[in-house]
Ligand binder design. Structure first.
Ligand code: UD1
Length: 438
C-alpha cells in the first residue's frame, strides 16, 4: 500500500514565535471525564490532533452529541444521550487513552465493557494498577481474551495505594471516586500538570478533591457533577519540542504560552547545554536563544516533577549533535528507546544497555529513510532531520499527527525545510509544501 512520508531537509537556524495547542495528554482524559456529567459542556483550547478525533469517535459511539470546531479549538459535548457503556475493540485499539472511559462509565452506569487498549509501541503498558484500584472500589472485573467487563452495583470509597504513580490509573480512579459516596484516597498518585488540569475541571463540575503532601489525592464523593466550560492547559511537551527545534538549529524562539512553571527540569537541562532560556512573568512563556556549541547533558526520566519521559526522545536527538557524552536512563517505560536505531541510521553514535543510552555527540548527522514508531519518536526524528546533511524521509507519520497539531506547518513557519510526500497508487510521488495542505 502506498504510504505517505514527511521529508525534512537540513534547515537554517529557526527563528520566530510559535503558538501552542492545548495539551494532548490533558484533553483526552478531560473529554472522557465529561461522561460523569449529564448535559452540555464546552471545552476550549482543544488541539486538533488525530487522538482527539479518535476520542470524539469513541464518545459519539457511546451516544454523546459532539460538535468540534478545529479552527477555533472549541469542542461542545452533550452527554445527555449517552446510554451505552461498551467500547468497540477497533476504537479501543487505536489509542491507549481509551481506557480512561472506564472510571467515568463505572461511576455513571456501574458498568464498563472495553477491549484491552492500544497506543504506542513503547512497552507492554499493562493496566493492572487501574484494575487493582477498581477492585478496591468494589468493582468486579472479568477478562476474557482481549475483553474486559467491569461492573459494580455500588462503587465503594476506599484507600488505594498505587505501586507506581501511574498517570492513567490516578486519573481513572479519581474520576470514578468523584461520584462515589465517602472518601477515596489515592496514595502515591501521579501529579503531572495534566492530572492537575483534570482535577481542576472535576472541581468546576462540583467534585471535592484535595492533594495531601507528598502525593495523596483525597476525593470526597458527591451525588452529582454538572456540565462546565473549561480551557485546556497548553501543551508543555509541544513547547519542549519547539524549544529543542530552535536549540538544535542554533536559532531563537519565543513560546509565549509555554507553561514554564511545569517545565523546570527540562528547562534546567536546556540551560546546562548552554542555551539561554528566559521565563516570562508568573512562569508563563519561554524564550530561547541557542548557543553555537551545545554541551551534552545527562538525565533520567521520572514522574513529574522529574524529566518527562515524553521529552526523552526529542532531548536524546539533541544530544546526538552536542559536544561530549550524554547518558540517558529511561525509567518510566521499558521499551522507549526505539528511536535510537533510527537515529543510528542517520549517523548518531549511541550505545544501548537495557534502559540506558550513551550518546557520543557527533559533528554531523546524515539524512536517511527512517521509521517513526511512536508519537515522541516521530518528533525526535523530525528534529534530527532538521540538522542532518541531506534529506531525511520519515514514514509512520500517523504518529506525529496523533500527538501534535500541525507540527510540520508550525516548523515551516519558523524556517524549516519540511515537506509532505504523498504516494499515488500509480507509483507517482507528489511532493508539496506543508503549507499547501488543506
Ligand atoms: C500517560 C501519557 C503518556 C506518558 C505517561 C507517563 C496520556 C494520554 N498519556 O500515559 O504520554 O508517557 O503518562 O508520563 O496521558 N503501568 C503499569 N500498570 C498500569 C499502568 C501503568 O505497569 O496499570 C506502567 C506503564 O507500563 C509505564 C508506567 O507505569 O511503564 C507509567 O505509565 P502511566 O503513568 O500509567 O502512563 P499512561 O497514563 O499510560
Amino acid at each position: 500500500m502506498a504510504e505517505d512520508h514527511i521529508i525534512i531537509e537540513q534547515s537554517r537556524a529557526l527563528h520566530g514565535t510559535v503558538e501552542l495547542a492545548g495539551a494532548k495528554n490533558a484533553v483526552l482524559v478531560i473529554m472522557a471525564s465529561l461522561i460523569l456529567t449529564d448535559g452540555k459542556s464546552v471545552l476550549t483550547n482543544v488541539p486538533a490532533n488525530d487522538d482527539v478525533w479518535q476520542m470524539i469517535k469513541l464518545l459519539r459511539d457511546l451516544g454523546a452529541v459532539i460538535t468540534f470546531d478545529p479552527e477555533n479549538h472549541r469542542l461542545e459535548v452533550d452527554t445527555r444521550l449517552i446510554t451505552k457503556f461498551s467500547v468497540r475493540a477497533e476504537v479501543m485499539k487505536k489509542m491507549r487513552a481509551s481506557v480512561l472511559v472506564m472510571g467515568p462509565l463505572l461511576a455513571r452506569f456501574g458498568r464498563s465493557d472495553i477491549a484491552l487498549p492500544g497506543g504506542c509501541v513503547i512497552g507492554s503498558r499493562p493496566i493492572d494498577y487501574h484494575i487493582n484500584g477498581f477492585k478496591r472500589m468494589g468493582v468486579e472485573i472479568d477478562i476474557d481474551g482481549e475483553y474486559l467487563t467491569a461492573h459494580a452495583t455500588e462503587l465503594k470509597a476506599n484507600k488505594i495505594v498505587l505501586e507506581y504513580p501511574s498517570v492513567g490509573a490516578t486519573e481513572n480512579l479519581m474520576m470514578a471516586a468523584a461520584l462515589t459516596r465517602g472518601t477515596t484516597r489515592i496514595v502515591n498518585a501521579a501529579l503531572e500538570p495534566e492530572v492537575i488540569d483534570l482535577m481542576n475541571i472535576l472541581k468546576k463540575m462540583g467534585a471535592h478533591i484535595v492533594i495531601e503532601a507528598p502525593a495523596t489525592v483525597v476525593i470526597e464523593g458527591v451525588e452529582l457533577l454538572r456540565p462546565v466550560e473549561h480551557a485546556v492547559i497548553f501543551d508543555r511537551l509541544e513547547a519542549g519540542s519547539f524549544l529543542l527545534a530552535a536549540a538544535m538549529t542554533g536559532g531563537s524562539i519565543e513560546v509565549p504560552q509555554a507553561p514554564a512553571f511545569a517545565m523546570d527540569m527540562f528547562l534546567l537541562k536546556l540551560e546546562e547545554m548552554g542555551h539561554q532560556v528566559t521565563v516570562g512573568i508568573d512562569g508563563i512563556g519561554v524564550s530561547l536563544r541557542a548557543t553555537r556549541s551545545p554541551k551534552a547533558v545527562s538525565f533520567k526520566t521520572a514522574p513529574y516533577p522529574g524529566f518527562p519521559t515524553d521529552l526523552q526522545a526529542p532531548m536524546l536527538a539533541a544530544q546526538c549533535v552536542a559536544s561530549g557524552t550524554s547518558t540517558i536512563y529511561e525509567t518510566v517505560y521499558e521499551n522507549r528507546l526505539l528511536h535510537v536505531m533510527e537515529l543510528q541510521k542517520m549517523g548518531a553514535q549511541i550505545k544501548i544497555e537495557h534502559n540506558k543510552a550513551t550518546i557520543m555527540g557527533v559533528d554531523k548527522l546524515y539524512g536517511a529513510s527512517v521509521i517513526a514508531t511512536d508519537i515522541r519518536a516521530s518528533c525526535a526524528l523530525v528534529l534530527a532531520g532538521l540538522v542532518a546533511n541531506g534529506i531525511t524521509r520519515m514514514s509512520g507519520i500517523n504518529h506525529l499527527a496523533r500527538g501534535y497539531e500541525a507540527m510540520p506547518q508550525k516548523l515551516q513557519k519558523l524556517g524549516a525545510n519540511i515537506w509532505y510526500e504523498t504516494q499515488l497508487p500509480q507509483d507517482i510521488k507528489l511532493r508539496m509544501p506543508i503549507s499547501q495542505l488543506a
